[in-house]
Design a protein around this ligand. Structure first.
Ligand code: AMP
Ligand code: TRP
Length: 327
């Protein structure tokens, strides 16, 4: 069976973009892949975090992943900092990727230039080396992510290929898997920007744990355009196309085909809100159950870390040996 690996940061709440761009696929891929999923708490440290908040976010995110359907008995679900091979391999990655390559990462440029980023850590810059370690430690074939992670998967492939050619066959070179619909969910108020974990009031972001009334209201107020025609055309109709993509991702249909069934914006907004609410309802209910027993979640995460470490230790030993470190 092919192996799939992906990770998500425990920073802030989960939004609809995370769910449609990444997590729904994680859930599906469990059926025919050997799946390894990770809450990447070490990545979250690249931006300042309050310790108690980080701890709580890490548990909550693990519970949300289980609520979405990640099954810790069938797949491996763990927290990155529980498996010491991640930062260990990351050092080898840092020494085999160049400063120039890291300087070209758009995620670094975006995050380091934000007004809210007052402290630009060295970790924010070397972050893709840690991400490459995450992926390569599991001999990963497929990495399901949203469109914004494309560049990070490309650099992982480059690092793996370079390492293999310098030091002999060591790593599996992974491929990314970007979903056909929902890979880039846009902000409902600013359809030119991707939906993100922005702070404060968020009229354009739908939260996975948000209540139904608020979701309806946000979709009703979603920005469209004034020509009144329902068509899937991201360039000239970003707002309407975003609604069609969301409806498509939530129902498994293609946005182009869905466009044919609507002549007005009102019903499209109403149906999209309803499809999203239907999708979120069971996730919210399951999350509430899991939240009642954090000790059980911690037990499952420790079990996941043991299974993960068993794989990661072998791959790290292979990499250390091939690069010339004493065994
Ligand atoms: P992050 O929230 O940056 O930790 O991202 C977690 C996962 O969600 C990654 O696979 C991202 O590519 C994906 N993701 C984040 N924002 C969006 C979005 N607006 N649309 C689609 N996928 C997204
Ligand atoms: N960089 C990813 C993000 O911000 C999170 C991540 C860390 C990841 N390690 C990973 C994703 C490994 C896929 C595979 O969303």
């Amino acid at each position: 069976m092919k192996r799939v690996f992906s990770g998500i940061q425990p920073s802030g709440e989960l939004h609809l973009g995370n769910l449609l761009g990444a997590l729904i696929n994680w859930e599906r891929l469990q059926d025919d892949h050997d799946a390894v999923y990770c809450v990447v708490d070490l990545h979250a440290l690249t931006l300042p975090q309050a310790p108690e908040v980080l701890r709580q976010n890490t548990i909550n995110l693990a519970q949300l992943l289980m609520a979405v359907g990640i099954d810790p008995e069938r797949s491996i679900l763990f927290v990155q900092s529980h498996v010491p091979q991640h930062p260990q391999l990351a050092w080898l990655m840092e020494c085999t990727v160049s400063y120039g390559e890291l300087s070209r990462m758009t995620a670094f440029k975006d995050k380091s230039n934000r007004d809210s980023t007052k402290f630009v850590s060295a970790g924010l810059f070397t972050y893709p080396a840690l991400q490459a370690a995450d992926i390569l430690l599991y001999d990963t074939d497929v990495v399901p992510v949203g469109d914004d992670q494309r560049q990070h998967i490309e650099i992982t492939r480059d690092i793996a290929e370079r390492f293999n050619s310098r030091f002999g066959d060591t790593f599996v070179v992974p491929e990314h898997r970007i979903p056909p619909a929902g890979a880039r969910v846009m902000d409902l108020q600013h359809p030119d920007r991707k939906m993100s974990k922005s702070e404060g009031e968020s009229p354009g972001t739908i939260w996975v744990l948000e209540d139904e009334k608020k979701i309806e209201k946000k979709f009703k107020r979603a920005v469209t355009d004034s020509d009144g025609e329902v068509r899937f055309d991201i360039e000239s109709k970003p707002g309407v196309s975003n609604l069609l993509s969301i409806l498509g991702a939530a129902t498994g249909k293609s946005p182009e085909a869905l466009a044919e069934s609507y002549t007005q914006y009102g019903p499209l907004k109403g149906d999209t809100a309803e499809a999203v609410i239907e999708l979120l309802r069971p996730i919210q209910a399951r999350f509430a159950e899991l939240q009642a027993d954090p000790a059980e979640t911690e037990r499952l995460l420790k079990m996941g870390a043991d299974k993960a470490e068993a794989i990661a230790a072998d791959v790290l030993a292979r990499a250390k040996n091939n690069i010339g470190l004493l065994g």
